[in-house]
Design a protein around this ligand. Structure first.
Ligand SMILES: Nc1ncnc2c1ncn2[C@@H]1O[C@H](COP(=O)(O)OP(=O)(O)OP(=O)(O)O)[C@@H](O)[C@H]1O
Ligand SMILES: [Mg+2]
Length: 248
């Protein structure tokens, strides 16, 4: 194996690099290995970006709706213990999702900030290069129907949806889900949890009503490996939106 001092190319790289930077290789073989590893890393990053773009293209919108693009942990206001708990849970979910998998459900009345905190988790993960989709059950069903109309089985869309790092299913139970919708939700939760990919759920239903709607099996999968159920049991924030000092 050639030493860096004996290699013309490596010597040139060494001279070009600022003094405080030490090259992560000292032989030609190590340099090649390093280049290959960097190439593989870049390929994985591009594949991640493509995955996000493919689902966004099918849904015809960005992974997180523009309304919630600016939602963060920092601009979530805490006025009671419930909100403090919800914020701390959301932060801990986000940090777990940086390197692992955890499922969660945010349940509560309209306007209590379920989407805000789910988007804060999503925005945080997007910054770390993860792929995130927050989508209503109704939009999942429309995209599926559109793909049936195009003569596809819907399998491609479901596969793409199941491959993003975090999928948050919004407005579960807003419309009484049909049998077909329940089957689709089962499939999504099954596939994602089997491949250790996280599922988030946002709903106005309480735990019992969700269990009735989705069945015990899905709820078991949602809560396995430390999955969390967080209740948002305070009044709507919506009257504050647009007020001075409140976050829009
Ligand atoms: N604690 C909070 N601090 C700052 N903004 C908040 C807070 N709670 C909610 N909001 C804001 O209030 C609006 C409504 O919140 P959000 O859409 O998250 O409600 P939701 O719980 O998802 O309601 P729904 O069940 O109707 O979908 C959003 O603009 C959100 O950013
Ligand atoms: Mg909502």
């Amino acid at each position: 194996m050639k030493n860096i001092v004996n290699s013309g190319v490596l010597e040139r790289i060494r001279r070009l690099a600022p003094q405080h930077v030490t090259a992560p290789f000292s032989t030609v073989a190590e340099w090649r290995e390093w280049q290959l590893a960097e190439g593989r890393k870049r390929c994985a990053e591009i594949e991640q970006q493509n995955r996000q773009v493919r689902v966004e293209k099918i849904l015809n919108r960005s992974g997180i709706q523009s309304l919630h693009r600016r939602c963060s942990f920092a601009n979530y206001w805490v006025q009671n213990d419930g909100q403090r708990y919800a914020l701390s849970q959301a932060k801990s979910i986000a940090s777990e999702l940086e390197s692992g998998c955890t499922n969660f459900a945010f349940s509560g009345k309209p306007g209590t900030g379920k989407n805000h905190l789910a988007a804060a988790i999503g925005n945080h993960l997007l910054k770390t290069g993860k792929t995130v989709i927050v989508v209503t059950v109704a939009d999942v069903m429309s995209a599926l129907h559109a793909s049936y109309d195009d003569g596809n089985s819907g399998e491609k869309f479901l596969r793409e949806l199941c491959e993003v790092d975090l999928l948050v299913l919004d407005e579960i139970g807003v419309q009484r889900e049909t049998k077909n919708e329940q089957v689709v939700l089962h499939q999504i939760v099954d596939r994602r949890t089997a491949s250790l990919r996280s599922v988030g759920m946002l709903t106005n239903l309480n735990y019992e009503a969700m269990k009735n709607l989705l069945g015990e099996r899905v709820m078991d999968r949602m809560t396995m490996n430390g999955g969390r159920w967080v209740n948002f049991s305070w009044e709507s924030w919506r009257p504050n939106v647009g007020q001075t000092g409140a976050v829009v």
